[in-house]
Design a protein around this ligand. Structure first.
Ligand code: 5GP
Ligand code: ZN
Length: 112
């Protein structure tokens, strides 16, 4: 996906502040943080949104979900954290490469 911003980040063509990576996922700091800690976790394969997730992605999706608590703890979020997946224009999705927002810290805004 040559025109995908997050694929460019994965390829190192666009700089990012890396927090964690492995063979399936990449985690980096959101450029406009909405909390003390605001990370984006993305699969290495291009999946446009949650709408495009299928059986082929079972292993990747399970892995990402399982890794999030460990990554949150490594960021000092011992009390807990929030995850958000915006899906489609109606869900507020702006970048069409699936990403899980991981937010936490003392400045976590209310969710109303
Ligand atoms: P969405 O609304 O698609 O769920 O969220 C996209 C997120 O990507 C936003 O929180 C936005 O701040 C972040 N973002 C957009 N462009 C960049 C970028 O170039 N680098 C980083 N690190 N984050 C970005
Ligand atoms: Zn992509």
């Amino acid at each position: 996906m040559s025109d995908c911003l997050f694929c460019k980040i994965l390829a190192g063509e666009v700089p990012s502040d890396k927090v964690y990576e492995d063979d399936k996922m990449y985690v980096f700091k959101d450029i406009h943080p909405k909390a003390d800690v605001h990370l984006l976790a993305i699969p290495r394969v291009h999946i446009a949104s949650l709408n495009e997730v299928n059986d082929e992605h079972d292993e990747i999706m399970a892995h990402m979900i399982k890794m999030l608590p460990r990554i949150a703890k490594e960021q000092g979020l011992d009390d807990g954290f929030r995850t958000i997946i915006n899906t489609g224009k109606g869900g507020g999705q702006l970048v069409f490469h699936l990403h899980i927002h991981l937010l936490g810290g003392s400045n976590l805004p209310g969710f109303q």
